[in-house]
Design a protein around this ligand. Structure first.
Ligand SMILES: [Ca+2]
Ligand SMILES: [Ca+2]
Length: 166
């Protein structure tokens, strides 16, 4: 029986040492990609959960436009609403940031809400001061940003109309 000569063994070691690192890199790359894909999925799901929570609220703190024909002139939580559980209208989430779900502590969310109109639904309007009567842009744009170390900032947008809360 012929054993392996020293030369053959040396060749085997050289071949393995050339072949193994790229293989390990490939395995690391594939698993890195699937971890990132999972992070993207989770971030997207969390944004949907937050959007659904938001959409279940009233369009505005006021049930109807006030007697000057306007919705709230100041966006954000209203008097007595400090925690997320207190929020009862869409824009109460304006400026909020935190965890959508405590079970996912590595995904932080932040929310911006602003008035937009049909002409440019992507551009948040500056609320004029003093507010003229009947300043009714009619829509609120909600921008949810979910941040995770693997995905960076992921931005999700939705437009809400007063009709949704009727
Ligand atoms: Ca409110
Ligand atoms: Ca509010």
């Amino acid at each position: 029986m012929k054993g392996i000569t020293l030369i053959e063994l040396a060749i085997i070691i050289v071949v393995l040492s050339i072949a193994i690192p790229p293989l390990l890199n490939l395995i690391a790359e594939v698993s890195q990609k699937s971890v990132k894909a999972e992070a993207l999925n989770t971030a997207t799901s969390l944004s949907q959960v937050l959007m659904e929570e938001l959409c279940s609220k009233k369009f505005d703190e006021r049930d109807t436009e006030d007697d000057t024909g306007n919705w709230s002139a100041v966006l954000g939580p209203d008097t007595g609403e400090s925690a997320r559980a207190d929020f009862d209208d869409v824009d109460d989430f304006h400026g909020w940031s935190g965890l959508v779900d405590d079970q996912f502590p590595y995904y932080t969310a932040s929310v911006t809400v602003g008035y937009v109109d049909e002409a440019s639904p992507d551009t948040i309007l500056t609320i004029p001061s003093p507010l003229p009567d009947n300043w009714t842009p009619g829509y609120k744009l909600v921008i949810v940003t979910i941040t995770h170390s693997l995905t960076g900032d992921l931005i999700f947008k939705t437009i809400i109309t007063p009709l949704h809360s009727l």
